[in-house]
Design a protein around this ligand. Structure first.
Ligand code: SF4
Length: 404
């Protein structure tokens, strides 16, 4: 086995010239090692190539879709030597596992999604929180458990998403936990329906140091908005957005970076231009359009799949509706971005909304023990040999473009 540090920098000078394609280089290298077991060749172009890939991966973390200079500078300010080194190890582990089909993990998570609560004030039809359909226990993340976990991870952790299921602002300690993570210089992000963004909460949000705030707004009229955000009120969302924009101005803060997220579904697809205009009028920093995951896409019972092809993850064929994505036996997310539920269960990713694939329990073990234990390894190995055979992975957007 090679030392992990050399893996991303391997390049073998083949008969056709130096290769900077990591996968080709790896296969050439493996063939050469059969004859020369001691062979380790480092190519400067490969080092640069791999560093660029790592940088690109850091800048395209799951919740990020677009380039914004101020936000990216803020994000890069969170990098430390140790975090970059950890990301290099995770990145190397991912490629090594992909090419050898043997799951290894040499680093700690680069990013984490922590669930503040399973509770939600809305009733969205594709969400287990909205449908009150969880089979796992529901509740609120405790601050002491959160800080203990962050204490284990913050030296390596670069990005923290305060969101999995539920509405984060329903947890009374939510902004205290954001402050704690910010004090550890972690990039923090959350996603909200903005119904609780009062003037006071807006000020507290800015003061907490939150780096990114995603506001879900899926319609520009109440009639359309409530078709997906069942039980929601558009006027509250708009007022909440105005409050956070105002609080940023008053406190002369560059953060949070405020995004309107518009989940494009059939009932709202005609309002795309209108939401862009609304975002501009209110003064949010950007408007992002996201494609929707539809569980039962073959029958689409809630008629959500949009007609605009660019905003749909599915396409119609002669045999029915199919997922557009290319399901290959790899998953970058499984190597760098786990989910922790409010009660300490570790799940592979945010697609496992009910934490059915429980990979560990932080009430019983440290994060490191869970991250490198048999269940995590077994799940990674299973995915490397047949992603289609894992229920949650078969209709998953990993490796597919989800932002329009
Ligand atoms: S559902 Fe499977 S393939 Fe998709 S992100 Fe999760 S672990 Fe990866």
């Amino acid at each position: 086995m090679l030392p992990s540090a050399t893996v991303p920098a391997i390049c073998y000078k083949s008969a056709t010239g130096p290769s900077t394609n990591p996968q080709r280089a790896f296969h050439a290298y493996r063939a050469a090692r059969q004859h020369y077991p001691w062979l380790i060749v480092i190519c400067p172009r490969s080092i640069v190539h791999c560093q660029l890939l790592i940088a690109r991966s850091l800048l395209t973390l799951p919740t990020m879709s677009r380039f914004n200079l101020a936000d990216n500078i803020n994000m890069l300010s969170k990098l430390t030597f140790r975090r970059v080194w950890n990301a290099t190890k995770v990145f190397s582990s991912f490629y090594w596992s992909k090419w050898t089909k043997r799951a290894v993990q040499w680093g700690m998570p680069v990013s984490i999604s922590f669930e503040p609560t399973t509770s939600c004030n809305l009733r969205c039809p594709e969400c287990p929180s909205g449908l009150r359909a969880f089979s796992r226990p529901t509740g609120m993340l405790r601050k002491d458990f959160f800080t203990e976990t962050i204490d284990q991870l913050h030296r390596d952790l670069f990005y923290l998403v305060f969101y999995f299921q539920g509405e984060p602002y329903l947890n009374p300690n939510f902004l205290d936990m954001v402050s704690y993570a910010s004090s550890k210089k972690i990039y923090t992000a959350t996603s909200t329906n903005a119904h609780y963004m009062t003037e006071a909460n807006a000020r507290r949000t800015v003061e907490s140091g939150l780096d990114r705030l995603i506001i879900s707004i899926d319609g520009t009229t109440q009639e359309v908005y409530q078709q997906y955000r069942v039980g929601g009120r558009l006027d509250k969302v708009i007022q909440g957005a105005k409050n956070i924009v105002q609080a940023k101005k008053e406190l002369k803060s560059k953060t949070p970076f405020i995004i309107f997220q518009f989940l494009v579904v059939k009932p709202n697809e005609h309002q795309i231009e209108e939401v862009k205009a609304l975002g501009k009028e209110i003064g949010v920093d950007d408007v992002w359009f996201k494609t929707a995951q539809v569980y039962d896409y073959e029958t689409d019972p809630n008629r959500l799949i949009p007609t605009i092809d660019k905003f749909s993850r599915y396409k119609k064929t002669d045999t029915g509706t199919v997922f557009k994505g290319n399901i290959t036996n790899q998953c970058w997310r499984l190597w760098h971005d786990p989910v922790i539920t409010w009660d300490g269960l570790v799940a592979p990713c945010c697609f496992d909304k009910d934490a059915q694939h429980k990979l560990g329990d932080l009430k019983q073990k440290s994060f490191k023990e869970v991250w490198q234990n048999g269940e995590y390894k077994a799940f990674r190995t299973k995915l490397l040999h047949g992603r289609k055979n894992i229920d949650i992975c078969a209709n998953c957007s990993e490796g597919t473009k989800v932002w329009g």
